[in-house]
Write a protein that binds this ligand. Structure first.
Ligand code: GCV
Length: 631
């Protein structure tokens, strides 16, 4: 009988890092010392020795030095020593030089947001059930949580948000009756320099019944969650005090308010600055952060309404509030103005709030990018994003986790790249995608296929983009599930998600003559997008409504380009399958990778034929190359 794989068989990028961190280790420095010892044992006599020098002023930063005798000195604050140790060990494994000078993270907050629910489900999760919740509460293997801590620390991730931003009834108890269990998980992760963040429900004072710590009586809930109400403010201050007594280093609270039917300050006629500042005030005595999501739009839009344009919503709402948020509020903004689509321009809000602390939100879980079945490596897209944002703009980052209880952590073993590389880019957004991909390949034990795999991973997001929604069009996915094609699946719905394709044209005019989204961008960027003759191809139909016979810069018509991309995308997926078949994958990965590749090919074929047929039927324009399109 075939042995069932365990997470112990699947080390992800820790493939050259043997052993399991013992429960007794209580600090980052102890873990660093243990890692170095295990590494030396596994490498034998040639392994360099390490010396740790504490310098608390360095905090998370570190300095690595090679001594004359070959030993490596790691100088740093408590977590800095752990980060420096991982950097040095990984450099040794990869044969890379040690970095010169003090290494400091560009982003102070490098958070992983899980969308895990206490019932064990993971919203938009494609790697199995939750790693720490099941059956309404906590359920986990402490050894596995320690291994997770090690993975996060080795990627430089310093905060884990434990629960979904959509906070259901059971999750409210994380800051109530389940607080001791929440604190226990925080305790396990603490030695890895990983602090917890909790998603809280803005309306919790209406619901959260738990025994008063002093009287033992069950408190009656309040009748309002109005952020300006004195009882509500007191309620949150008491709650924060109680939570910080249990978890003194909690990173803070994360809130999704007035978004997709979640409660929020608008119910009481209050602004988001008033709502966020009230909670921030409760956290301030503990230096806690209040992370407030800017993912707010009208999800009850009438599709007949062409004046309302969802991508405009966040900027319209938050820009007038710039400068009104408390110092410990971070406004968390998704990378694009829609919602983690395959291709979106940068969110104008990220460039438009000069007096507000901002956090960039990315999505590692592949909701719209192939469900961790199709290969989609994100670093090349992040490079473009950071180049557009400009140096120094991003000082805090969060990414929606792609983890789950599957033995290999991320469903597709190669999806682990996105998690590892996210941590690396949050530390330093200036990194090179190719170097990070190569580093991950070597660390994951795939070094024998480095060239083939690097090429595959550098190109796969572009291939996915070619066979799915074309030229910056969004939302042509199956509604709800968000896998597979459905060109009009979201066309007559309330979510603000339209392509408005007709017999002549497709896309939405977002210039000044249209919905005006472009006016939210800084002038130089707006100028890049505003003229369809100069707009980069990949954003063409995001910003413009164009006839099918529009001439692209390369001379092709728009419709021909759509057909060509879809045929090419499928051909590229076929070539990817051949590459995958030739890889020397370890036994634990081979079946998984090949099976997912087989499904990806079916998906690519379906997308190709559905999208081409859709546009062919509407436009009546034949493919110039006479390829098969199904009428
Ligand atoms: C957690 C999209 C997703 C939802 C998600 C939401 C959000 O709408 O489909 O699953 O909810 O984004 O980011 O809040």
């Amino acid at each position: 009988m075939e042995k069932t794989l365990s997470w112990r068989d699947c080390p992800a990028w820790l493939s050259a890092m043997p052993g399991e961190v013992p429960a007794a280790l209580a600090s980052p420095r102890e873990i660093a010392a243990w890692e170095v010892e295990r590494f030396a044992e596994s490498r034998g006599p040639g392994a360099p020795s390490f010396r740790f020098v504490s310098d608390e002023a360095l905090g998370e930063s570190y300095l690595l030095e090679r001594n004359g005798d070959g030993a490596i000195t790691v100088r740093g604050g408590e977590t800095g020593i752990l980060y420096g140790t991982y950097e040095a060990l990984f450099d040794l494994i990869c044969g890379s030089p040690l970095p010169q000078g003090v290494q400091s993270p560009v982003c102070e907050l490098r958070m992983l947001d899980s969308w895990d629910n206490p019932d064990g489900s993971v919203e938009r999760g494609y790697a199995g059930r939750s790693l720490w919740f099941e059956g309404g509460g906590f359920s986990y293997e402490p050894d596995r949580i320690r291994q997770l801590g090690r993975m996060l620390a080795s990627a430089g991730i310093n905060v884990l948000c434990l629960n979904n931003v959509n906070v259901g009834t059971a999750a409210r108890a994380l800051i109530g009756e389940r607080l001791p269990e929440t604190a226990e998980l925080a305790r396990i992760l603490r030695p890895f320099g990983v602090r917890l963040m909790l998603s809280v429900d803005f309306s919790a004072p209406l619901f959260l019944r738990d025994p008063d710590p002093i009287s033992g009586e069950t408190r009656a809930p309040l009748t309002t969650a109005d952020p300006l109400d004195g009882d509500v403010r007191r309620w949150w201050r008491d709650r924060a005090a109680r939570v910080y007594r249990a978890i003194p280093d909690l990173a803070g609270f994360l809130v999704k308010a007035d978004s997709e039917h979640r409660p929020g300050p608008n119910t009481y006629g209050r602004s988001h600055a008033q709502g966020a500042n009230m909670l921030a005030g409760a956290l301030a005595p503990y230096r806690g952060l209040l992370v407030w999501r800017a993912f707010v739009y009208n999800c009850m839009q009438d599709w007949r309404d062409t004046a309302t344009d969802r991508p405009c919503a966040a900027y319209e709402r938050y820009r007038p509030l710039d400068g009104q948020f408390a110092d410990n509020v971070l406004l968390q903004v998704k990378n694009g103005p829609y919602d983690f689509q395959v291709r979106e321009p940068v969110s104008p809000l990220l460039l438009g709030m000069e007096r507000t602390r901002m956090a960039l939100e990315l999505q590692l879980t592949q909701e719209y990018t192939g469900h961790q079945i199709d290969l989609f490596a994100m670093p090349p897209l992040w490079r473009e994003l950071f180049d557009t944002l400009g140096k120094g703009r991003v000082r805090a980052m969060a990414a929606v986790s792609n983890l789950g209880r599957d033995a290999n952590w991320t469903g597709h073993p190669f999806a682990a790249l996105n998690l590892y590389a996210y941590g690396r880019f949050a530390w330093d957004p200036d990194r090179s995608p190719e170097e990070e991909i190569r580093r991950w390949i070597r660390l994951s034990g795939y070094g024998r296929d480095e060239e083939a795999l690097t090429e595959l991973l550098l190109g796969c997001s572009r291939t996915y983009e070619k066979y799915t929604a074309p030229l910056g069009l969004c939302w042509m996915v199956n509604p709800g599930a968000h896998y597979g094609p459905s060109p009009w699946g979201y066309e007559f719905q309330a979510w603000g998600t339209y392509n408005r394709a007709d017999r002549e044209r497709v896309g939405i005019d977002r210039t000044a003559a249209g919905t005006g989204l472009l006016s939210q961008y800084p002038p130089a960027l707006a100028a890049r997008f505003e003229d369809p003759a100069r707009c980069p191809d990949e954003y063409l139909l995001f910003f413009h409504r164009l006839p099918y016979l529009f001439r692209m810069r390369d001379g092709r018509t728009l419709i021909q380009r759509i057909y060509d991309d879809h045929f090419e995308g499928f051909e590229e997926a076929l070539r990817m399958q051949r590459t995958v078949a030739g890889l020397h994958l370890p036994g634990r990965d081979r079946a998984e990778v090949e099976e997912r590749m087989r499904k990806q090919l079916l998906n690519a074929r379906e997308w190709r034929d559905v999208v081409n047929t859709f546009f062919h039927r509407l436009s009546g324009v034949p493919d110039e190359k006479g390829r098969k399109i199904y009428d």
